[in-house]
Ligand binder design. Sequence first.
Ligand SMILES: *Cc1c(COP(=O)(O)O)cnc(C)c1O
Length: 457
Amino acid sequence: MRTIIEPFRIKAIEPIRMTSPQERERLIREASYNVFLLPARDVLIDLLTDSGTGAMSAEQWAGVMRGDESYAGSDSYYRFENAVKDIFGFSHVIPTHQGRAAERILFSTVCKAGQTVPSNSHFDTTRANIAYVGADPVDLPCPESKALADPHPFKGDMDLQALERLIEERGRDNVPLVMLTVTNNSGGGQPVSMGNIRATAKMCRRYDLPLYIDACRFAENAYFIKQREQGYADTDLIDIAREMFSHADGCTMSAKKDGMANIGGFLASNDPQVASEGRNLLILTEGFPTYGGLAGRDLEAVAIGLYEALEHDYQHYRIISTAYLGRHIAEAGVPIVQPPGGHAVYIDAASFCPQIAALEFPGIALTVELYREAGIRAVEIGSVMFGHVDAGTGEERAAANELVRLAIPRRVYTQSHIDYVVEAIVNVFGRRESLGGYRIVEQPPFLRHFSARFEPL
Ligand SMILES: *Cc1c(COP(=O)(O)O)cnc(C)c1O
């Protein structure tokens, strides 16, 4: 069969509200042309993020009812710990309320000011937590990742030559650990191959450096390995995941992604010292080591969700549904980052509307137009998010790329919703020459994309 269907049926529904073009015109103006400032109730299809926005299964909701809210040593904690140990294989498990809490604990225990932490690409919260302890986060993505339109199968890989050069230059003692983000979120949701994980681990062993994996989308990465890497076609996703983590010394995880939950995360490690220092920090800000800032019911939802993310039918549907969106807009001529990632499709807004200069924010123009056209909320990943004012000259600097991300929440939207999104994007592409740029009229000093206000030029 060629028709894509959801490998689940619907038990509870949540209405979404259609708005008229006139209403949307008013709403987007009132939101100062920044979709972050739109109330969610005025959005029809919300593709802002795949983080914590997924739908839970009947089994997870049953787990929520089973949640044991004992302060110490709850049954829910042991079920959570068993699931994490079974899949990830690390000997110590520390629950946290989100991925960034696991990052903060890891970097405050292993990292000192002046040190360097290399990665294929750090996620923004990882980068911020490394910088917070005075260390230097460095991205070493493979050269293939830079050609946006080139469909290389593993554009998330680490550049191993660059890693070796960096360790030699800065000195082994100035590198506390090496990180690998799977899939590589900042690089377009692109996967990391098992070969690259293995080779990175081998280099880490040669220098006696620990390897930690940012595991947020580990199940999507496992599916890409099964699909694209020789020797894995007949291996179950859970065994691919176990092999991925067998090469590492620990991981940080946001359960809001492939934990299939709305909140949660963990730090896992084979290092008893990281575990004991980590638990001390955990008690300070997150909670007792058997709940770490989560309710027992949340631990249950994650324990069940981690296995559901590894179900072949689910992951197959997720990846081909995202690829379907990418393929259908690309066939209509829309420039996208190739191949489509696991959790999102990225439109190259600079090529979509070349008449708009980078510092007139083509990504903002496109997100505004998608909302006007069809009530769809996407997010700019370009010069508003990553551009900055040069401290020396005071001049505005553009980002490397002007992208618009369409992130797909897990198990939330159906294929007909995806068809609707395709039609909307193709319609906007048809009148792309009429799109104009924007200027910022008000912005905060940090993370300006969340609250900046714009005006059409
Ligand atoms: C979301 C994310 C994080 C941070 O997790 P939170 O739960 O949002 O704190 C870290 N790394 C990657 C790759 C992510 O996608």
